[in-house]
Design a protein around this ligand. Structure first.
Ligand SMILES: [Zn+2]
Length: 86
């Protein structure tokens, strides 16, 4: 695991940039990667630059992995609390 953590989900979208001379106008759409995150109860999103994509994907993965791990530990603690040893 790396040392970058990022909460959110990645969303791949394709679209046209609007330039009539661009290859996207002929149907080769641009692929963009967006990071979507809820922040203070409101969703927000960022376009991830191509050069950052591997690092951002890793950071999002690592965050989710840690979150699952913490959830497991929390669940074990819950069960321990529910059934105390006498
Ligand atoms: Zn274009």
């Amino acid at each position: 695991m790396g040392s970058w953590f990022l909460r959110g989900t990645l969303s791949e979208r394709s679209g046209k940039c609007g330039k009539p001379t661009c290859h996207c106008a002929k149907g080769e759409l641009h692929q963009s990667l967006y990071l979507v995150q809820s922040h203070g109860g409101k969703p927000r999103q960022l376009c991830v630059p191509r050069a950052w994509q591997p690092r951002i994907r890793q950071a999002v993965d690592d965050y989710q992995q840690w979150q699952r791990l913490l959830e497991e530990v929390s669940e074990r603690e819950w069960q321990r609390l529910k059934e105390p040893k006498r």
